[in-house]
Design a protein around this ligand. Structure first.
Ligand SMILES: Nc1ncnc2c1ncn2[C@@H]1O[C@H](COP(=O)(O)OP(=O)(O)O)[C@@H](O)[C@H]1O
Ligand SMILES: N[C@@H](CC(=O)OP(=O)(O)O)C(=O)O
Length: 469
């Protein structure tokens, strides 16, 4: 049994719905279909999720007009498949009812608005599949028992979900209908709807693949494969045919938005292989993501990603290395503000804390910095708002020396300043901090150096094992 997820780009209009129907007809192992909200139909279009966010924030006439725009997106698809007005009405009514429904608070209200993109698309796809001779039914995350944390717009799944999915699996096996499940949202233990972070339908697919014991998690999108660099940054990058879970986790964390970085975790826990494929070219094999890539990688690096969503706080204070509790005081302040950090590289007299910029609202930042200044009395404090992280990833780097030199050389020759460099203990990734404006150039330079002028480097001498105790 396979779990198959279609992203917003694969369900943007009736033509794409047709492709989806054909893909489902091709392989009867595809039993559970996870859907996103309709995505952009062209460059200038809006994703339905973004329209729903506008709908939640608007009032009066503007709100009614956005609501109608959302309904029209679904109506267009329904009309193309001869869905009757009576069948469509309950869908439209759900959108119309949102502004007058009461919610637990503004954040839960926003989550409920957003989730309707997936909710309606799954209901519509189930209707359409039935008209096309594929028996299907809408299955709400509530019915499956998807339980998540009380973070209305950034929830994470709770372990009890998997106990519920073990029961759901028996029901699925006893039934011959396709299950159409909306991605992106779940419920709290007290029954309130919460969404995962943006792009989170990938997460729903992975949770279901793990919990229902799928043999494969197919993730259909709008590119033939995952490429070694973001195709919006590098022209015609090399496709990746196979990679390990760890490689994917690092690359998606650092900007390969084609697959949500948190979605890897349920797949790892359930050891479910993931295949990323193109809805527009389903016969192209795509990219396979597996526990470990058994074959020796042909290249030193598998991919290079960059993400511009970061900011950094630089703190300098002489004799920092001798001061007991400096970092503890800093972390206590972050805890008070409910802010998590991403990385904390340090030197003898200084340290840098790298944050996801979205964590810190603009109005909170001055208070946070003032608190840090007052409590820690640094000699120097600098807030760097335009920080990007580059991640160079590859199982092929594990036993090689000289990779860092090779990454840094083209950056130095092109005057790209490196703010931070950090090699993970697994030795399959190197993280580099650069200024945001130079991030794309840095990716292009590193990609060109590794993929267009391959140079082999000497093998690292195996390190001596040291055993303690
Ligand atoms: N390394 C990469 N390989 C392929 N696509 C990438 C990569 N990095 C970023 N992308 C972008 O991810 C997009 C697909 O993700 P997304 O738009 O979220 O799809 P979906 O609507 O299917 O969820 C691609 O169209 C591409 O622009
Ligand atoms: N529709 C949601 C969730 C999602 O996963 O969408 P997509 O598959 O289009 O990235 C969003 O836009 O965030």
């Amino acid at each position: 049994m396979k779990v198959i997820k279609f992203g917003g780009s694969s369900l943007a209009d009736a033509t794409h719905f047709n492709d989806v129907i054909q893909i489902l007809q091709m392989d009867r192992q595809r039993r559970v279909v996870v859907v996103s909200a309709p995505g952009k139909r062209n460059e200038n279009d809006e994703k339905v999720t973004d329209l729903l966010i506008d709908y939640a924030r608007a009032h009066g006439k503007t709100q009614r007009s956005i609501g109608q725009q959302i309904i029209d997106r679904y109506q267009e698809i329904a009309t193309a498949f001869d869905i009757s007005a009576a069948q469509f009405k309950p869908l439209a009514d759900q959108i119309l009812a949102l502004p007058t429904t009461s919610f637990r608070g503004p954040a839960f209200r926003m989550a409920a608005f957003k989730a309707h993109g997936e909710k309606l698309n799954a209901q519509l796809l189930a209707l359409v599949l039935n008209t096309q001779g594929l028996a299907a039914r809408y299955v709400d995350p509530h019915e499956l028992g998807l339980i998540a944390t009380q973070e209305p717009n950034n929830a994470t799944i709770l372990a009890q979900t998997y106990t519920h999915l073990a029961v759901a699996r028996q029901e699925l096996l006893a039934e011959d209908k396709l299950w159409v499940v909306p991605g992106f949202f779940a419920y709290t233990t007290s029954g309130h709807l919460v969404t995962f972070s943006r792009g989170g339908s990938d997460i729903t697919g992975a949770i279901l693949a793990r919990g229902l014991h799928a043999t494969e998690y197919e993730n259909f999108t709008d590119v033939d494969s995952i490429y070694a660099a973001n195709p919006n940054v590098v022209a015609n990058p090399a496709p990746i045919t196979k990679m390990s879970y760890v490689e994917m986790r690092e690359l998606s964390y650092a900007g390969f938005s084609v697959f949500h970085d948190e979605a890897i975790i349920p797949a790892i826990e359930g050891q479910v292989p993931i295949c990323v494929k193109n809805t527009n070219h389903p016969s192209v094999p795509g990219t396979l993501i597996v526990p470990t890539n058994q074959s020796q990688p042909k290249r030193l690096i598998t991919g290079v990603a960059s993400s511009k969503r970061f900011a950094a706080l630089y703190l300098h204070r002489y004799l920092l290395n001798r001061e007991v509790g400096f970092t503890l005081k800093l972390l206590k302040i972050l805890f008070r503000y409910h802010i998590s950090y991403e990385h904390m590289p340090s030197g003898i007299d200084d340290l840098t804390i790298i944050f996801d910029r979205n964590q810190i609202p603009a109005d909170v930042l001055p208070h946070l910095l003032a608190d840090i200044k007052e409590t820690l009395q640094p000699d120097r404090l600098q807030w760097i708002d335009d920080y990007a992280i580059l991640m160079v990833v590859g199982e092929g780097m594990r036993n090689q020396v000289g990779v860092i030199d090779r990454i840094l050389h083209p950056l130095a020759t092109h005057h790209i300043g490196v703010q931070m460099i950090n090699q993970g203990a697994s030795r399959i990734s190197i993280m580099i901090g650069v200024r945001e404006a130079q991030a794309d150039d840095a990716v292009r330079l590193i990609y060109n150096d590794f993929f267009n002028q391959p140079v082999s480097l000497p093998l690292r001498q195996p390190a001596q094992e040291v055993t303690h105790g």
